[in-house]
Design a protein around this ligand. Structure first.
Ligand SMILES: Cc1cc2nc3c(=O)[nH]c(=O)nc-3n(C[C@H](O)[C@H](O)[C@H](O)COP(=O)(O)OP(=O)(O)OC[C@H]3O[C@@H](n4cnc5c(N)ncnc54)[C@H](O)[C@@H]3O)c2cc1C
Length: 391
């Protein structure tokens, strides 16, 4: 249990580190919390390069519960993250996710739907006629089923969410320190200090790894092997001259995803070359060879689509089971992890930050039980299988 006067050092000030810093000082005012962030502009941070969408359509109870909790937070984020009279608008738009399945994948979608309904998600299965009635621009010749989020799914301004958590955390007394963490001091099974490139030594009672795609390196400073890798994902920004009303976040049978973004659309595919640590330059080759043909086949209006630009960011991929690793290390128990969100982290930040803050300050989870995401499962070889991972 954490007491006021003890030091918590969080490595990484992206959405995870900043959400945790906010919740720690919200739950226990006066806690001494330092966030070490090497780039206050967040140029390469996943939180700044994200598609920032939220869904209920997972197939594990813990992921559904996390999303539901985060959803409620997003809806009241302007109030919760207000500093004085300044209420941040994270632009949450509940446009829904639509998963499509042909005959082969339809049973998987039905099973996912059963699990989601059991856990209170507001989702519905639609047959081809119902799909066309709702989305007349959609080609459904090869489709057996669609799964649509009726509420509680959509997209928001991820960068605004990050900066709003950070600003609110600062207003609650959190110290943001610009610096690069290059080591940790470990005495027995405890991390006793975090070491910075400029020679500074930050003594700590609790350390947290919130280093996103770089989390493996940070875990290595404490002698821990973390199965999280930086995997590049390219986002295409596309314009389309034809209006496409009520366009959701569409997950096609081909694997591509696309959603509206302002007056354009953004989308992507899973890259064939998925090596670790590729440079953060967008790979636009697959737009012409994979993305565009599949998209135009599904939504013929996109035959007239134009690639406006593209960017790339890293998924912090948990290569163990594509699910996050959260909570204390079983042996180095004052080192906590919030890593490996595998493409669904920004939507989980509010709930994970809250729950981990409870774990640190109270010694137990209260809002959402994150024990299914614990580090132990990695050491014991017990993957948590999630069917709905996007890319
Ligand atoms: C293209 C793309 C699309 C995505 N789409 C979605 C989506 O639709 N929905 C969703 O929920 N999620 C999505 N994600 C995933 C989501 O963005 C991430 O899971 C989330 O932003 C991770 O936040 P983070 O704080 O852990 O990492 P980051 O935002 O990367 O923050 C980590 C921070 O740690 C700092 N850092 C690292 N090492 C050190 C060090 N040694 N010293 C000091 N500082 C350090 C970095 O500078 C960085 O600012 C997407 C990601 C990408 C790339």
């Amino acid at each position: 249990m954490k007491q006021a006067g003890q030091d918590i050092v969080i490595v990484g000030g992206g959405v995870m580190g900043s959400a945790l810093a906010y919740w720690l000082t919200h739950l226990q005012p006066g806690l001494a919390v330092t966030v070490v962030e090497r780039d206050p502009m967040y140029r390469e941070a996943s939180s700044a390069l994200s598609a920032a969408s939220i869904r209920q359509q997972f197939t594990t109870a813990v992921n559904i519960r996390i999303s539901q909790w985060s959803l409620e937070f997003l809806r009241r984020s302007a109030e919760a993250l207000a500093v004085d009279d300044d209420r941040p608008d994270v632009g949450f738009h509940e446009g829904g996710y639509l998963y499509l399945a042909g005959a082969a994948a339809a049973p998987v979608l039905r099973e996912a739907n059963r699990i989601q309904l059991e856990h209170g998600a507001d989702v519905a299965l639609l047959d081809p006629a119902a799909l066309v009635a709702r989305f007349p621009w959609l080609e459904v010749g090869d489709i057996e089923l669609g799964s649509l989020g009726l509420s509680g799914e959509g997209w928001f301004d991820g960068y605004r969410l990050l900066t709003s958590f950070a600003r609110k955390a600062r207003s609650q007394g959190v110290r943001y320190l610009r610096g690069e963490v290059v080591g940790m001091e470990r005495v027995g099974n405890r991390v006793t200090a975090v070491l910075l490139a400029d020679g500074a030594r930050l003594p700590c009672d609790v350390a947290v790894n919130a280093a996103g795609p770089w989390a493996r390196r940070v875990a290595g400073f404490a002698g821990i092997d973390l199965p999280v890798r930086a995997r590049r994902r390219t986002v295409f920004v596309i314009s389309c001259p034809t209006p496409l009303p009520r366009f959701p976040l569409l997950i096609d049978t081909s694997g591509l995803w696309i959603r509206p973004e302002g007056s354009c659309f953004i989308g992507g595919v899973v890259p064939a070359d998925d090596a670790d640590d590729l440079p953060l330059e967008p790979d636009i080759g697959p737009f012409e060879t994979e993305f565009w043909p599949a998209l135009a086949a599904r939504v013929p209006a996109f035959e007239e689509a134009r690639l406006e630009r593209a960017w790339a960011g890293y998924y912090e991929m948990s290569t163990f089971d594509h699910n996050a690793i959260v909570g204390p290390h079983p042996e180095v128990s004052n080192l906590h992890f919030m890593n490996g969100f595998s493409g669904h982290g920004i939507q989980q930040a509010a709930a994970v930050g809250r729950a981990l803050a409870e774990r640190i300050t109270l010694g137990r989870y209260v809002s959402v039980d994150l024990t299914p995401l614990m580090f132990e499962r990695v050491l014991e070889g017990r993957p948590l299988l999630e069917l709905n991972v996007i890319g």
